[in-house]
Every structure is written in structure tokens, then in C-alpha cells.
Design a protein around this ligand. Structure first.
Ligand code: NOJ
Ligand code: CA
Length: 690
């Protein structure tokens, strides 16, 4: 393509983008066509209507329980440098009561129900052979997907996603400013009408009491979607695709002539916990492409990790090096003794000297004081797994060129789970959340699947449920995790009671909970502790009580769940028994009670045990908990890890108690939590003494 043609296409694309966006903003500005088609959720409570304006612009509106929920809002993608205005509806087809019960090898819930009605609208327009819009209406929300076939095109430049959400009511929103490179930002709580440009999941409590979360499902070969308020109305929000190359806003992606977008999703609940209990995002993803999933297993792990974040150890080789052979063996011994499946080892390979600079990591070159053969053989002898680590620093092309060999190399040492990291800028000005990186992350997932490798991705693109299709994609960070407490003013007490209702709606998070030395009493004054992160003001700490750290092992779901503290802080600590007994491979999860950013109570069943986690923000709380989730006619021993009488996250964070009670499904417990506190309970069937 010569430059003149390119310029022409770009100009047309931008003119079109502006025109189409204005047309599709929705609002009463649209004059509707005569014909409206509609579809409702199986229970009839959510109803979506589709129409086209007299100019052939498609739009939709949604009501819940007969009341307006989303007013006339735009649909479609702008692409290819020419406007797909003048749509005519070719046909409308329905699939009613689609019901599927499906299973996954691991997850919050192993068995899920997908139940929806679908309306498929085929549109004809000038330049596309067809455009199809799929509307799926579930009882817990709805989703929209576009598929296109663009005539005579080989590659199609995508300008923007024109889906809009014109909410009928104001409300309160919990949101994170959209940033194409990071999700490690604090959440904001504002009126919906004051949200600016937000990441998804964007969670809202409407003034009428309904809850909703906007996100996307099945993100492949496309940039992530963010949500931006339109200047014309404070309740009108537009989808906005993340830039793939920083500063390039007129072309966000390039796709083939036949393409389908991710689903644009709206979860709807009558309570905050309904959002957590919904499996809508997973239901919109395809079944597993990995036929034999028997090698994919949730694990509990510890790691050579926190010492580096605290500044006691280094990732680089030297006097304070963390990942030495001796340290690795010490961690393996600890794991074997305390019934922990795996040990994460970071900072074992050459290249850390270049982190934040040229980012040249070698994934087959252990430092001279780390003997991978000795370590992996020792781990195998002790029945402990090693979780490998590939830090890329954002150097994607270097990592991709070594991907296969690096995985084969680890595999030869029996390592079948890798944590990856992308802390750093991407050469070529690519963003972390644009199409290029989405494709890169996917390439790693598929390469890992071929090697029977599980993945834990830090600095990832957000989850959109692809773990159903690629169950080796276990967990990802994608939020402000524990590390921030080591070297900054840290995460507020409300942060971890906001995450389950926001980021974690997308999928599991490798938050790294479980710091027992909350005030860093054992390391703060060590001479070898050095400031390494510029955010470190020297007074960092964890802003919770100890009981809340324990509760977070249950609340912050991750199939790879870490006890993140230094192992010396666990050795001999009575409360560590909780983690020893904790089962990361649960069967059923239920969020029982809670409000966004305030508190949460979640219970997970694993085998015949139940694990309960409850936590609160700064406000001390007492929650009444009927134990109706327990099996009837069975006696349980409840081991309760609670805040002590004088516990308070600020003044007395390590005051805790452990007690036991005999309970059954007909009992009720009072869950008492201190300011910034929590409670964790293991319910195990009572073993009758002979
Ligand atoms: C950031 C990751 O989130 C953290 O877990 C890791 O230790 C560092 N990068 C170094 O890779
Ligand atoms: Ca991180």
C-alpha cells in the first residue's frame, strides 16, 4: 500500500469514527426505525430490544424488571476506513433456553450452569458482506458480540468499538482509571456520573439498588476494552479500545477480513455478592482446548520472593542473593514439612542486572550459586514442586525468541509451572493491554499448553475467562498486590474488600496474601535491608490484622495460592496451621454476604471441608452467619481464627485467637471483626472418637 492510499484510509477512518460515534451515542437523538426485535433472559427479568435508526444505525436498550436499565445505546465496530452506515436487517434468529452444565478441572466452582436465550441479528451494509450481532441474555446479565466479514479485505484496521452504555440511573461506581500499561492502581469510589475513563471490570451500585459490572469475555487478537464517559451526558459511557501502540489512536487493531470481537458483558445482580456468584464470563468462553487436563492442579506455595521485596535479599547474584541452592533447599524442606505443594524461585537466572534497563534475561542460565539440577532433584525427592520464573521486563521479542527452548529447559528439570513477569516498558512503544500484547500473552499460554506447563502471569492483560478454554492459564496478578505493602504506603484496608467485587470478577488473582510479620518487626532493622524501590518511604507495613491475612487466603481466590511471608515468620507460628490445612482445589464457592469496599463473607467447599473467609474495611463489624451451607445431619468441628479482643489493624494488628466449636447446619455464628480485621474458619466433619 503506498503512502497516499494509507493516508486516505486513515483520513476516512477518522472521519467515520467521529460521525459514527456521534450517531451511535444512543440517546433520544436517535429516531428509531419501525421494527424492534427483542429477547429476554430465561427468567424474563432482563429484556433487550434491538432497532436501527432511520439512518441504519443499530442500537439497543435494556430493561430489568420492566424498568429502564440501559437507554438507547450504540453498537458495532468502526473499521476499514469506510462507514458501515445504512444497515438493513437481513434476518433475526433466535435460540431459546440454551442450557449447558459444564465442568472445569479447577475453579471457584467445578460445575457451572450456562443458561441463556440468544438473538442473532444479521445486518447488511454497504461495505460488509455481513455483520452479525449476537445478544445473549442470561438470568445474571447479558452480553453482546459482533462478527464481521469485510468484502475484498485482507487486513482490516479497527478504529474503535462503538458499543455504548447509556445508563438509566445514577449510582456509585468502583473503578480504576484506564491505563494501557497497568492495573496496579488504587480503586476509586465515585458517583457513576463522575467516572472518567475506567478499566473494566467497572462495578456499579445503582440508586435503585441493582448492582452491575461491565467487562468483556473471550479477549483474543484484539485490544482490551475500557469505558469512557461521553461529554454529552454524565450517564452515557462509550467502549474504548486500548491503544496497541502508544499515541496511535486512529488504528487500535488490525484483524482479518472475517473477525469476531470479544463479548461485551454486563453482569447484573440484586446484591453485591450476586456479581461474585455469577459465572457469566466463563460461560461465554469456549470449552477447554486441552484434551487431557490431568496434569493441571491447583497448588499452595511459598517462595523466595518476599525477602527481595522487603529489600533483605536481591534478585541479582551477590552477598544478599535470595535464590541460592542452599536457600532453595531450605524452602523445599519447609514446604515438605508443612504440607505445601510448591516453592517459587525468583532471581535464579542471569539478566537481573539489566532489569529496568536493557531487560536482557537468559532463561537457561542459572546464576553460579544456584544449581538447578541439585535443587530440582532435591525437590523431587521431597515431593515438592518448583514454580519457575521468567521475568521479561517487557522485552517481548527477546522472550518470544526463547520461549520454546526456555520451557523445554525447565521441563527437563521436572518444572511444570512458571510465573512470568512483564514489569517494564515494551520496546516498540507497545502497550501492555493492546492487541500486540494480548496476542503475546496468548502465544505464551498456548506454548505452555503444548509443554504441559501451568502459568501464573504478573503484569498481565486482565482475565476474560479464557481459563475455561486454556485451563493451564491458572492465575494472574493484574492488580495492586501484596508487593505494594513492602515498598510503598501500601494497600488500604478497603482494598481487599473491593477486589472481590471488581478485579476478581474477571478471574483469579495472585495477590500473595498471608504476611504474619505485619509490621516487619523481624526485618525492619536488619543491616542487610536496603531500600531498592523509589516508592519506599521506610515506614511500609501491611494495613490489616493478622486474622484478615488468613481470611484473604480464602477470599482472594487463586488456584495457585501463596503464603507470601518469609518462612522464618511461619515456623512455629500457631496460626500457620490454617495454611497447612487449607485446600486450594475447591469444588464450590459462595459469596454469602458483603458490600463493595466494606466487607465480605465467602465460603468454599473442598472435599468434605468448608473454608470460610470474612473481612472488613476500617469499620469493625459483626456479621450473623447461619451455617445453612453445611451438610444437614452432620456434625462439624469449626476451627476459628479470629481477631483478638484488642485487635485493630493500626494499633494492634497481631492480636488473634484460635478456638474450636462443634457446630451443625442449624447453628448460627457471630463473625466479629476488628477494624481492618477478618476471620477464617475451617469446618471439618467431626471425627467420632472410638
Ligand atoms: C513484579 C511482580 O509482581 C513480582 O511478583 C515480582 O517479584 C517482580 N515483578 C520481579 O519479577
Ligand atoms: Ca506486579
Amino acid at each position: 500500500m503506498n503512502n497516499t492510499v494509507k493516508t486516505l484510509i486513515l483520513t476516512l477512518v477518522s472521519i467515520f469514527a467521529v460521525t459514527f460515534a456521534a450517531q451511535s451515542q444512543g440517546a433520544s437523538k436517535l429516531q428509531t426505525n419501525i421494527k424492534t426485535n427483542s429477547v429476554s433472559s430465561p427468567d424474563g427479568r432482563i429484556k433487550l430490544e434491538f432497532s436501527t435508526s432511520w439512518m441504519g444505525v443499530p442500537f439497543y436498550q435494556v430493561s430489568v424488571d420492566g424498568k429502564p436499565f440501559i437507554k438507547e445505546s450504540g453498537l458495532g465496530i468502526s473499521y476499514g476506513g469506510a462507514a458501515p452506515t445504512g444497515h438493513t436487517v437481513d434476518k433475526v434468529q433466535y435460540r431459546w433456553e440454551q442450557k449447558e452444565i459444564w465442568q472445569q478441572p479447577w475453579g471457584e466452582n467445578k460445575v457451572n450452569l450456562s443458561y441463556y436465550n440468544e438473538m442473532k441479528v444479521t445486518l447488511l451494509s454497504g461495505i460488509a458482506t455481513y455483520e452479525i450481532i449476537y445478544f445473549r441474555l442470561f438470568n445474571d446479565g447479558f452480553a453482546i458480540r459482533y462478527t464481521y466479514n469485510v468484502d475484498n479485505a485482507v487486513q482490516v484496521p479497527v478504529t474503535e468499538d462503538n458499543t455504548s452504555f447509556f445508563f438509566a440511573e445514577n449510582g456509585t461506581a468502583w473503578w480504576q482509571p484506564a491505563d494501557p500499561d497497568t492495573y496496579e492502581l488504587e480503586y476509586r469510589k465515585t458517583p457513576l456520573s463522575e467516572v472518567g475513563h475506567a478499566n473494566t471490570p467497572l462495578t456499579i451500585k445503582f440508586d435503585n439498588g441493582l448492582y452491575a459490572s461491565i467487562h468483556e469475555a473471550a479477549l483474543y487478537n484484539f485490544p482490551e476494552m475500557t469505558i469512557v464517559r461521553h461529554p454529552s451526558d454524565s450517564l452515557l459511557f462509550m467502549a474504548s479500545l486500548s491503544e496497541t501502540i502508544k499515541g496511535v489512536t486512529n488504528i487500535k487493531a488490525s484483524v482479518g477480513a472475517d473477525f469476531e470481537t470479544p463479548w461485551r458483558t454486563v453482569q447484573i445482580g440484586r446484591s453485591a455478592t450476586d456479581l461474585i456468584n455469577s459465572s457469566l464470563i466463563l460461560n461465554l468462553n469456549e470449552p477447554s482446548k486441552i484434551a487431557d487436563t490431568s496434569w493441571i492442579k491447583p497448588m499452595k506455595y511459598i517462595g523466595i520472593w518476599w525477602g527481595m521485596h522487603l529489600g533483605v535479599n536481591t534478585w541479582t547474584e551477590g552477598e544478599r542473593h535470595g535464590a541460592t541452592t542452599a536457600e532453595a533447599k531450605r524452602h523445599i524442606d519447609f514446604a515438605a514439612k508443612h504440607k505445601i505443594d510448591a516453592v517459587l524461585i525468583e532471581g535464579w537466572n542471569e539478566g537481573w542486572e539489566t532489569w529496568g534497563n536493557t531487560q536482557k534475561f537468559c532463561y537457561t542460565c542459572p546464576y553460579s550459586d544456584f544449581d538447578i539440577k541439585e535443587v530440582s532433584e532435591y525437590a523431587a525427592e521431597k515431593g515438592v514442586k518448583i514454580i519457575g520464573h521468567h521475568e521479561t521486563g517487557g522485552n517481548i521479542s527477546a522472550y518470544e525468541s526463547k520461549l520454546d527452548t526456555s520451557m523445554t529447559w525447565y521441563k527437563n528439570y521436572g518444572i511444570d509451572c512458571i510465573k512470568t513477569g512483564y514489569a517494564g516498558g515494551i520496546p516498540g512503544n507497545f502497550t501492555h493491554h493492546g492487541q500486540y500484547l494480548v496476542n503475546h500473552y496468548q502465544k505464551v499460554v498456548e506454548t505452555a499448553a503444548r509443554h504441559n506447563m501451568m502459568l501464573d502471569v504478573h503484569e498481565p492483560v486482565k482475565d476474560t475467562g479464557i481459563r475455561r478454554t486454556w485451563p493451564n492459564m491458572m492465575t494472574r496478578e493484574g492488580g495492586r498486590g501484596m508487593e505494594w505493602n513492602a515498598w510503598s504506603r501500601g494497600n488500604t484496608p478497603s482494598h481487599t474488600v473491593t477486589l472481590p467485587y471488581t478485579a476478581l470478577l474477571a478471574g483469579p488473582m495472585d495477590y500473595n496474601p498471608g504476611i504474619f510479620d505485619i509490621l516487619y518487626t523481624n526485618t525492619r532493622n536488619l543491616p542487610q535491608r536496603k531500600q531498592w524501590n523509589p516508592n519506599d518511604t521506610g515506614d511500609s507495613r501491611v494495613n490489616t490484622t493478622l486474622a484478615k491475612q488468613i481470611a484473604n487466603w480464602v477470599i482472594l481466590y487463586s488456584p495457585l495460592q501463596m503464603a507470601a511471608d518469609l518462612i522464618d515468620n511461619y515456623e512455629g507460628h500457631p496460626a500457620f496451621r490454617f495454611f497447612e490445612e487449607f485446600e486450594p482445589d475447591c469444588d464450590i464457592s459462595r459469596a454469602i454476604d458483603g458490600e463493595i469496599g466494606e466487607y465480605i463473607v465467602i465460603v468454599r467447599k473442598a472435599g468434605d471441608k468448608y473454608f470460610l473467609g470474612a473481612s472488613t474495611d476500617e469499620t469493625p463489624r459483626e456479621v450473623t452467619l447461619p451455617l445453612t451451607f453445611l451438610e444437614k445431619d452432620k456434625q462439624y468441628t469449626a476451627t476459628i481464627y479470629a481477631d483478638g479482643e484488642k485487635a485493630d489493624w493500626k494499633t494492634n494488628p497481631t492480636d488473634y485467637t484460635i478456638s474450636e466449636k462443634n457446630v451443625s447446619a442449624s447453628d448460627t455464628l457471630q463473625i466479629k471483626m476488628a477494624s481492618g480485621g477478618g476471620q477464617a474458619i475451617i469446618f471439618a466433619p467431626t471425627v467420632k472418637k472410638q
